[in-house]
Design a protein around this ligand. Structure first.
Ligand SMILES: Cc1cc2nc3c(=O)[nH]c(=O)nc-3n(C[C@H](O)[C@H](O)[C@H](O)COP(=O)(O)OP(=O)(O)OC[C@H]3O[C@@H](n4cnc5c(N)ncnc54)[C@H](O)[C@@H]3O)c2cc1C
Length: 447
């Protein structure tokens, strides 16, 4: 066993429990330096909500380490090797990152230091679940079946006392230590590993049993709200899976598998972060110009005159989160009613979502747009009014987010057949007409 120090480089794994890379770093035998690198290439495009979450998660991790988290700022390709040299580390341990940027960054760092990966932010890491011939799955259901057969490890038994931590104050010669920054904008969520575990316990105790039946209802607080914790690894999905028993287990497992599936798809096709997964859609007619920009602005600001769409967009901007069903409705509306490219909507989501994640977001959008893997067929066009009536049956969700409509009782808030309040906009498009137009555009490209 070596007694040389090691570095544990935290990235999307801001916790100490169930942390395989921490277990591995500690097993090496030497003291461990906890490191986080504030990387401008990731911070600048992240948006205030995600930066706030990240900074608060780092503050919480630092506290759990009694102030022994070394935070530095800069390009990890330079910063990580400098830290390793300053501390005399033989290896830098980390959880593996499978996103396009993370892989490029890690290749660069790996050329200069011995970068050792253990575990990843996923239940089963991308690339592991394949068909019998080794090809990746392009359809979710068989992936899900194989994923369950493959299984996963039990949570790793780790905590702050797993390692003997190096005090960064004792390290000299490395990059300058910085304080964990803070954002003016604060998302309305408790952030940190302890907070993630407590939110999870609340879900398991109070809401999990109704999850399968109620998860599509934005008017009820029926989902787990774990996405923000999973995004920065304040909790690991295996911790969730190990806890879930009974009625909630199957539907919840399936949703977590979607997260793994989309990470796998992005790993296999990194270009799909920016481009259509299904290349046939490169030729579809999309709108641009002044009028298209005005429609886009109305969508962003929740002024489309379609109550469920406006409620969703206002929830996004105000709460930095949106219910999954409503994410699908507003995405379908942007692509199929406004004929705008999915990536414009995806970019807006990433600027505002506190759980904004390149794999789940871009592929959630591509699924809805019909351009993705086993996508919702392009000809399936969500009707925002009937979707609202079905999934917000009393209209409570719409009234919560659209104050202009609070005087309209019950389900009538979706169709507004008896007229709309003066201060609420007329519909910006005719859904029936735009549906036909979307189908016409699709017919023109399909083979
Ligand atoms: C257009 C669009 C964009 C999306 N963008 C994101 C995003 O940026 N980040 C993100 O984490 N999720 C995204 N999703 C997936 C989903 O909407 C959120 O994960 C979910 O709403 C988070 O709330 P929750 O934790 O209460 O979910 P729950 O219903 O409690 O689900 C538990 C967990 O399962 C995973 N999950 C659930 N549904 C999905 C799904 N469809 N795809 C992938 N993982 C899923 C999430 O990690 C979630 O936290 C998007 C979906 C769509 C349709």
């Amino acid at each position: 066993m070596s007694t040389a120090p090691t570095v544990l480089w935290f990235r999307r794994d801001l916790r100490l429990g169930d942390h395989p890379a921490l277990a591995h770093a500690a097993e090496a035998g030497g003291d461990v330096l906890a490191l986080f690198v504030l990387d401008p290439a990731l911070l600048d495009p992240a948006g205030a909500a995600r930066r706030d979450v990240l900074y608060r998660a780092l503050g919480s991790l630092d506290e759990a380490l009694d102030g022994r988290l070394l935070v530095v700022k800069g390009d990890p390709g330079t910063a990580v090797p400098k830290v390793a040299k300053a501390v005399g580390a033989e290896a830098v341990h980390a959880s593996e990152d499978f996103g396009p940027y993370g892989r490029r960054r890690d290749e660069q760092v790996g050329e200069k230091v011995d970068l050792v990966f253990t575990g990843s932010p996923y239940t089963v890491s991308p690339g592991r679940i394949t068909k019998d011939d080794g090809d990746p799955f392009k359809v979710f259901t068989p992936f899900y079946k194989r994923w369950q057969e493959h299984g996963w490890r039990d949570p790793a038994d780790t905590s702050a006392s797993t390692a003997s931590w190096i005090d960064p104050g004792d390290v000299s010669g490395g990059p300058r230590r910085v304080k964990v920054p803070s954002e003016k904008h604060h998302v309305d969520a408790e952030i940190g590993e302890k907070e993630a575990l407590s939110a999870w316990k609340d879900f398991v105790d109070d809401r999990a049993s109704g999850y399968g039946d109620e998860r599509n209802r934005p008017d009820l607080d029926s989902t787990s709200r774990m996405s923000v914790y999973l995004k920065y690894g304040m909790i690991h999905p295996r911790t969730l899976l190990a806890d879930l028993k009974g009625k909630a287990a199957e539907p919840y497992r399936r949703e977590l598998c979607f997260r793994d599936f989309y990470a796998d798809v992005l790993f296999q096709r990194p270009d799909s972060a920016r481009e259509n997964y299904d290349k046939r859609f490169d030729k579809i007619e999309l709108d641009s110009g002044k009028h298209a920009d005005e429609l886009f602005d109305a969508w962003c600001e929740g002024r489309t005159g379609f109550p469920i769409v406006d409620a969703g967009m206002r929830q996004l901007v105000s709460e930095n989160w949106m219910h999954n069903r409503v994410r699908m409705i507003v995405a379908s509306f942007l692509v199929k009613d406004l004929h705008l490219p999915w990536w414009r909507g995806a970019r807006f989501f990433l600027q505002h979502l506190m759980d904004g994640d390149i794999a789940s977001n871009q592929h959630g959008w591509q699924w809805t747009a019909g351009t993705g893997t086993d996508a919702s067929p392009y000809f399936r066009v969500f009707n925002p009014t009937t979707q609202g009536e079905k999934f917000d049956p009393q209209g409570d969700y719409v009234r919560r987010w659209v104050p202009e409509l609070r005087g309209v009782e019950g389900k009538a808030v979706h169709a507004l057949k008896d007229g709309r309040p003066e201060d609420y906009p007329e519909p910006i498009v005719d859904h029936k007409h735009e549906r036909e137009e979307a189908l016409r555009r699709f017919a023109a490209i399909k083979d």
